[in-house]
Design a protein around this ligand. Structure first.
Ligand SMILES: Nc1ncnc2c1ncn2[C@@H]1O[C@H](COP(=O)(O)OP(=O)(O)O)[C@@H](O)[C@H]1O
Ligand SMILES: [Mg+2]
Length: 483
């Protein structure tokens, strides 16, 4: 539910429910008072009650506006009596405390009761005379001779008319109580649905601001709050990613700096040594100078390779190099790779061949240039770490239901079983490799980055002294796309 709807519903309930409760309570009141207490709260009674009250007060007003002479006038007394006859009213005129006219026989106590009740401030002004309830209206008058007196007007009323007032008080009280109760309950519900999720969100945001980014922001509450939570969650993930990326950048920079200073130091030291040799005249024959210069050249070349590898690895690591994927016929592609590397391998007495176990024409999506780098690097490793007089490299192509597996197998020195998984780590080089062969130690780490950039996998299998296999698997294209 959204907040707008919830507020509308809550406000409607706050207004409607107290009304419904009041109406039910009113019916219950009427039912209980009429059946159990035998008190009738009918509208007819109410009307009658009001009519008697207005008649009495109208008559009282007439009396108040008359000259006192009229009060002793028999005709006027009869007129007043006549006027009250519609409500069976009675009239008693007192001069001082003496009755000078009465239409009903009342004893002194009843008259006193009437005077007390009539002068009272209460709204009811009811007296009970001979078990009948009378409404009383007392009007003070002054006679011509200076004496004071009172005109008492009484009219019988239904005995329990007063229940109407109780009824009104009751329903007003019920309405107020239910209104307050419903209000409190609805506010509680609203706070549970709106304020609680907001406070949860505020706690989560507080955690984020402290740098704690691992706590997931759960979507709770109404739609708008859920959306807000989702936005904050997106922000948290982006923030986390950017921090992770920044950390990676930092690590990368540190790695570059440390590896440049460490791995480039060795060739630089030897270049310096050879240059010094030439400058100091240690290389005293043209042949020696030539040998020194050739060594300097090869060391510089090694440095060049290392720097290029480092830069490439660093760019791949930060996903800064876009891949240019093309649909490629695998067999054609590998034939081309063999064609590229065969002449160089021949010099080292290494034979290279393709063993195709694929079922017909097969395509994969690859960045031809980048993957070529990977394959040439693997072939280059096979040639570098070849310890047999007659070397052999075989590229085996086979397939599973969803992928193409490429295995590049050589009959070289093999890799120690414990090191097989380490060769894809950056700068990992087996001890012999470190001491003998040229290289940056980044070749297979770069290969891994590139293969993973193709959503493929790369791994190695060592055949101990019989050679090494580097395997790669790529998703197949089945008619429409990559599987
Ligand atoms: N075909 C292979 N035969 C034996 N050892 C290998 C072979 N390929 C890779 N290695 C080992 O894996 C290490 C990492 O290879 P690589 O990342 O290409 O670095 P580099 O070639 O510069 O040494 C090599 O130093 C070597 O010890
Ligand atoms: Mg290599």
């Amino acid at each position: 539910m959204n907040i707008k709807k919830r507020l509308l519903l809550s406000n409607t309930i706050t207004v409607v429910v107290p009304f419904v409760i009041t109406i039910i309570a009113a019916f219950l009141f009427i039912f209980i008072s009429s059946t159990i207490f035998n008190k009738d709260v009918s509208y007819g009674n109410f009307k009658k009650f009001v009519f008697i009250k207005t008649q009495l007060s109208d008559t009282s007003n007439i009396v108040r506006n008359q000259t006192s002479g009229d009060m002793q006038n028999k005709k006027y007394q009869q007129y007043l009596r006549q006027r009250l006859s519609t409500i069976n009213g009675e009239i008693i005129i007192l001069k001082n405390s003496t009755i000078i006219f009465t239409s009903k026989d009342l004893n002194k106590i009843d008259i006193e009761k009437c005077l007390v009740e009539g002068n009272a401030r209460s709204e009811k002004r009811l007296v009970e005379i001979d078990t009948i309830s009378y409404m009383v209206e007392v009007t003070p008058i002054r006679f011509i001779d200076g004496n004071v007196g009172n005109v008492i007007l009484i009219a019988p009323v239904f005995k329990y008319s007063s229940i109407l007032e109780e009824f009104i008080i009751f329903i007003v009280a019920i309405f107020l109580i239910s209104f307050i109760a419903v209000n409190i309950y609805m506010s509680y519900l609203l706070s549970k649905r709106i304020i609680k999720p907001l406070s949860l969100l505020s706690t989560a945001v507080g955690e984020i601001s402290k740098g704690e980014l691992s706590l997931e922001i759960i979507e709770v509450g109404d739609q708008e709050i859920k959306n807000l939570c989702a936005d904050f969650e997106k922000m948290r993930i982006q923030l986390k990613d950017s921090i992770r990326l920044k950390k990676k950048y930092d690590e990368n920079r540190t790695m570059l700096v440390s590896s440049i200073s460490h791995d480039l130091k060795t060739p630089i030291t030897s270049i310096k040594g050879y240059v010094n040799g030439i400058l100091d005249g240690v290389a005293n024959t043209p042949e020696k100078v030539d040998r020194y210069l050739k060594t300097i050249y090869s060391k510089s070349e090694q440095m060049d390779i290392m720097i290029n590898d480092l830069l490439l690895y660093s760019k791949l690591d930060l996903s800064q190099l876009p891949f240019n994927f093309e649909k490629t016929d695998i067999i054609d592609y590998f034939k081309y790779c063999i064609h590229e590397s065969a002449p160089e391998l021949e010099k080292s007495n290494i034979e290279i061949c393709l063993e195709n176990n694929l079922d017909g024409l097969k395509y994969i999506m690859i960045d031809r240039e980048r993957l070529m780098r990977v394959i040439l690097n693997i072939i280059d490793n096979s040639s570098k770490y070849m310890d047999k007089a007659q070397g052999k490299i075989t590229i085996l192509l086979r397939e599973t239901n969803s992928s193409i597996i490429i295995e590049i197998r050589d009959n070289g020195s093999g890799i120690d079983e414990n090191d097989v998984n380490k060769i894809f780590d950056r700068f990992y080089r087996a001890d012999i490799a470190r001491s003998e062969a040229n290289g940056s130690g980044l070749g297979l780490a770069i290969a891994k980055q590139i293969v993973e950039g193709h959503s493929g996998t790369i791994w190695a299998v060592s055949h101990e002294n019989e050679g090494t296999s580097i395997l790669m698997s790529f998703g197949k294209i089945l008619n429409k796309g990559v599987l």
